[in-house]
Design a protein around this ligand. Structure first.
Ligand SMILES: *Cc1c(COP(=O)(O)O)cnc(C)c1O
Length: 483
């Protein structure tokens, strides 16, 4: 399997899976995609229907990765997707399913269910891919006798998922910047209570943007970056996207009895990584009817799917909402879909994303390409704080089920796209305890807390407070890498 860039680096620039695993953007600024999407055969779909999650992950990853020996890859997926890791299930359902499907009921003739993706160590769907990345990175680094220092900035979900994936991994250190005293008590306790010697939490005296600016400044110092082997694990990482393809298959099998049936998925979206994986599953031949993109007030993607206009927002136009993990000004994985939408024409992709940089966006409304959005199954919608609160209340009353704000966004939008006879699967991206304030507002009660998290906030914490100064962060890295 060869990978190429959406912006058209030539045939000589093709790479294997392992070559792009640790990297981010392609050299020409594009994103990596496979040269062709592998197809699943009817026989494979039948055979995969009953596989345990880890073995399904192995089958799907094998199609995208031919430079890791099969036995090693299988060992990695089996080490990753265990009932012990995805144990934070909320009732008596089996953790062994990894991503259990919870049926709500039938609405407008459509069976409606939630696919639970947040039973992992940090209670958000990012664990699904990040846990695999941790094992893949450790394996690849050991093979080449290399080390990696991951530097990132976080306002919550991504940073904690990365830390829980990398803790205790050989050859890897994590330096995670977070805004000092700006996260919820639960979120900072999740990160700061880690005592693993390879995890470093830096609480920056400033806001999230200050932390992100420091990461950019350090990454732009190319000499420092290469001397100290600085890397990232952001949402454009290809392996993260491909790991997410697996649960679309798993959810499909759980919601259907035969491969003749079609289902739709609704995906609470920010950077378009999660729903991009759904698009890839559909391109592989999984019988998906619709992919519903759900956004909050930051509706960059909903605007595009309704109008054909992609218009990135300025920082001042980006809202801080009660579904904060979807608060984006632009969608960093969107270019992968645009590449397919334009019939894989890298010269046009290059032009459009130049327009994004120079003019803040592009307009496909008048072009024939936008009409093809339907062929790809995409539709969209958005939520507001009030509609999320109403949805949380409604689902609790009607189905006795507590959902978080991001999942509420998904369910609200899913209800606008139900079709009789076609199961609708809403991806549950986080557990309610992570966003307790809105639960209290909606339900006048405390969010459910998985047993393993009782007393989390009173555990000893380990973090370093630093000023918003890139040099101080570099000094800290130098002092703690022993190189
Ligand atoms: C990251 C995140 C999202 C958005 O996912 P994308 O892949 O960026 O579209 C939605 N919900 C939660 C809880 C998240 O952490």
């Amino acid at each position: 399997m060869n990978y190429l860039s959406t912006r058209g680096a030539g045939a000589g620039e093709r790479h294997t899976f392992s070559e792009i695993l640790l990297g981010g953007l392609a050299k020409d600024g594009g994103l990596y995609l496979p040269a062709d999407y592998p197809r699943v055969t009817a026989d494979e779909l039948t055979r995969w229907r009953t596989l345990p999650y880890a073995d399904l992950a192995f089958e799907i990853l094998s199609k995208f990765c031919d430079d890791i020996p099969g036995a090693d890859l299988r060992a990695l997926t089996r080490k990753t997707y265990t009932a012990a890791t995805y144990c934070n299930v909320r009732d008596d359902e089996s953790a062994a399913q990894i991503t259990p499907l919870k049926t709500l009921g039938v609405e407008a003739g459509a069976p409606l269910s939630l696919l639970e993706l947040s039973n992992g160590p940090t209670l958000a769907f990012k664990d699904m891919a990040m846990q695999l990345i941790g094992n893949l990175f450790e394996y690849t680094l050991a093979k080449h006798g290399e080390t990696l220092n991951i530097l990132g900035a976080t306002s919550g979900d991504t940073g904690s998922a990365a830390e829980y994936a990398m803790r205790g991994k050989k050859g890897i250190r994590v330096f995670m910047l977070s805004p000092h005293k700006k996260m919820s008590a639960f979120q900072s306790a999740q990160m700061y209570s880690l005592q693993d010697p390879n995890i470093f939490n830096l609480a920056v005296q400033g806001v999230f943007d200050d932390a992100q600016d420091i990461v950019k400044a350090v990454s732009n110092d190319h000499a420092f970056k290469s001397k100290y082997k600085i890397g990232t694990v952001n949402s454009i990482n290809w392996a993260r996207v491909v790991a997410q393809v697996v649960y679309y298959f798993k959810g499909y099998f759980a919601a259907t009895k035969s491969n003749a049936e079609r289902v739709s998925f609704t995906v609470p979206s920010g950077n378009f990584g999660n729903v991009c994986a759904g698009h890839i599953a559909r391109m592989m031949g999984l019988p998906i009817e619709k992919l519903v993109v759900a956004t909050n007030e930051n509706d960059v993607l909903d605007e595009f799917f309704r109008t054909g206009i992609y218009r990135v927002r300025k920082a001042a136009e980006t809202y801080h909402t009660s579904s904060p993990s979807m608060d984006i000004s632009k969608a960093s994985n969107f270019e992968r879909f645009v590449y397919d939408l334009l019939g894989r024409d890298p010269a046009r992709v290059l032009q459009l994303f130049r327009d994004v940089e120079e003019k803040g966006g592009f307009d496909l409304a008048a072009s024939g390409d936008f009409a093809r959005v339907k062929e790809f199954g995409f539709v969209s919608g958005s939520s507001s704080h009030d509609t999320r609160v109403d949805t949380i209340r409604d689902v609790f009353q009607r189905y006795d089920m507590m959902i978080d704000t991001h999942t509420a966004d998904g369910l609200k939008v899913a209800r606008e796209h139900l079709q009789p006879g076609i199961p609708m699967i809403v991806l549950e991206t986080a557990q309610p305890i992570k966003f307790g304030e809105t639960i209290r507002e909606a339900l006048l009660r405390e969010p459910e807390r998985p047993a393993a998290f009782s007393g989390l906030e009173s555990l000893p914490q380990r973090f370093e407070v630093v000023p918003a100064d890139a040099q101080r962060v570099k000094d800290f890295i130098v002092a703690n890498t022993g190189e």
